[in-house]
Ligand binder design. Structure first.
Ligand code: TA6
Length: 312
């Protein structure tokens, strides 16, 4: 009799444990799965719908890959370095890193270049399957002791990513503090190109700060070609760009952000980048849309700042 009772109790416990485990496992809409990226320990969400294939790391809510299925052959619009080690607190080179709450190096050399947002693990708050079978994923990053130590403000930052024929990113920052704060940000996008044939349109007639010579110049040419190390900030732009390069279909960028940075490390600088292998610098150009103009952005208490980026 006691043996029967033991068997029933064991089976009940097992079923209860299975039910609890299943309730803990997230259920995602069709076309979505969470997994480890390749052989790394990096948690990513893979989107595979009729429009595109995309990979988004929970670290930084960083898009690592975006392949529109209408491109023939389907080609990744983004470049991701083969040299990434995917270690904790190390920025991932490639895809679309989000630079926030500052762009570039901090005056304190101990603070992370381009801010902390791309190094932090974000929460995936919601994933929706739209009527057109595209997916909208919502990620959130809030303040914690680590962020407060380098940027003493309360905030919530939401990044909404719409994976369709185009890739739409929506940045929404809310000031939860009792004081206003300044910030700069940029999507530090790495585009998959043949650099030697790349032409970047949308910059003609604009002034730019050459970060290499710290001079301000005017771009008179219709398009920018990359024939040496380039590191330029265009503070005020029209928000529409086209990147043309052989072997890939033109990449069309539209955004309501004001500034854009164009960067490629070229030969010597890339030798100093441990996560850029061999001559891989020939395979990408960074066109970084954001608010990195000389004047920082000020956000008042309880106010929200919203910016969009669309990549086709
Ligand atoms: O793209 C502009 C820039 O600030 C460059 O000066 C270079 O430092 C690049 O960002 C890469 O920065 P990262 O911290 O990602 O190596």
């Amino acid at each position: 009799m006691w043996w029967l009772f033991y068997c029933v109790l064991t089976r009940y416990t097992q079923l209860n444990l299975i039910k609890k485990t299943r309730s803990m496992q997230k259920t995602y809409p069709i076309g979505i799965r969470q997994e480890k990226y390749l052989t790394t320990n990096l948690d990513v969400i893979v989107v595979d719908n009729q429009h595109c294939y995309a990979v988004i790391a929970l670290q930084g809510a960083q898009v690592l890959s975006f392949i529109p299925k209408k491109t023939m052959p389907p080609t990744d619009r983004l470049w991701l370095s083969r040299g990434n080690q995917y270690t904790i607190n190390k920025a991932i080179r490639g895809g679309i890193p989000l630079c926030f709450p500052w762009f570039g190096p901090h005056s304190n050399p101990n603070y992370p270049s381009h801010g902390f947002a791309r190094n932090k693990i974000w929460q995936c708050e919601d994933i929706r399957l739209e009527h057109d079978q595209s997916h909208i994923l919502k990620f959130k990053l809030g303040h914690d002791e680590e962020t407060h130590a380098v940027w003493p403000y309360k905030f919530v930052l939401e990044l909404t990513i719409h994976c369709a024929d185009t890739l739409q990113l929506d940045f929404k920052l809310t000031n939860l503090d009792t004081a206003k704060f300044d910030f700069t940000f940029a999507w530090h996008s790495y585009f998959n190109v043949d650099l030697s044939s790349t032409e970047i349109y949308g910059l003609q007639g604009l002034s730019y700060i050459d970060q290499l010579t710290n001079t301000t110049n005017l771009q008179s040419e219709q398009f920018l070609m990359i024939e040496r190390e380039v590191d330029r900030i265009y503070p005020q732009t029209h928000g529409e760009y086209v990147i043309q390069s052989k072997a890939v279909e033109p990449i069309k960028i539209t955004t309501n952000t004001e500034s854009v940075v164009v960067w490629n490390p070229w030969i010597e600088k890339s030798k100093k980048l441990s996560d850029v292998i061999d001559e891989d610098w020939k395979n990408f150009v960074c066109v970084e849309n954001g608010q990195v103009a000389t004047a920082v952005q000020t956000l008042d208490v309880n106010q929200t700042a919203s910016y969009q980026l669309n990549i086709a």
